[in-house]
Design a protein around this ligand. Sequence first.
Ligand code: NAP
Length: 248
Amino acid sequence: MVGSLVITGGSRGIGAATALLAADHGYDVCVNYRSNAAAADDVVQACLDRGRRALAVAGDVSQEADVVALFDRAAAELGPVAGLVNNAGIIQPQARLDTYSAKRLDDVVAVNVVGAFLCAREAVRRLSTRHGGSGGAIVNVSSAASYLGSPNEFIDYAATKGALDTMTIGLAKEVATEGIRVNGVRPGLIDTDIHAAAGEPERVARLSVGVPMERGGTADEVAEAIVWLLSDASSYVTGSLLNVSGGR
Ligand code: NAP
């Protein structure tokens, strides 16, 4: 399958690396972002430089109207959507569960769970043969946190990724005969800006000694797994959760 992709949170980190690798593999790319237009424009330009079509679309995945508009825009400008990388995600400052506010919980669930479900819904409505689509692939970007639990850091974030893994398993079965494969990747410690958002920019360096491979990973290494799961090379893989975590 090569066609157009919607990559949520495609302006930085893992999403941006996936956009560039996907363009190298012949995909046209719709780069969603929330607020950093300059970063999204840079990714779009890099895709154009690779000879692909690309556009940046602002939108908060937790907002239903933004998600519908994102998919409509991608289809209008790039043609039928063939794949979704459900990558946008947020983390909040490291803290114990006994300090969490209801607002903190609402915010992380809104983006990491509700947002991912809304994007998956729009993808299924367009890809499913049941709805007249031609099939395709969805890759959910989860986290090793889903099985580690992230004590003393962000159990809430970890739990949202557990929810995403469960959605991957259920949705894969639900649409298995409708031409859609649904898989997840579970990155470990990857060197991106997200750790600064958690309050510890050097987090990967501090924790990498505990990784069996004794290093953090790169966004490019995660992108390789995502693009493989999008491609026909993984045609018999669905409902799988692929750890990209150096053995952690
Ligand atoms: P990042 O560098 O912080 O980038 C986050 C991206 O998501 C940005 O493009 C950002 O856009 C976008 N975004 C944030 N909130 C959004 C929203 N509400 N709607 C639309 N876009 C939104 O993150 P990353 O490290 O690449 O992480 C990407 C995914 O991998 C996340 O789901 C994360 O949980 C997961 N992950 C990361 C690691 C890691 O170690 N880095 C490990 C495991 C899993 P703006 O810049 O415009 O805000």
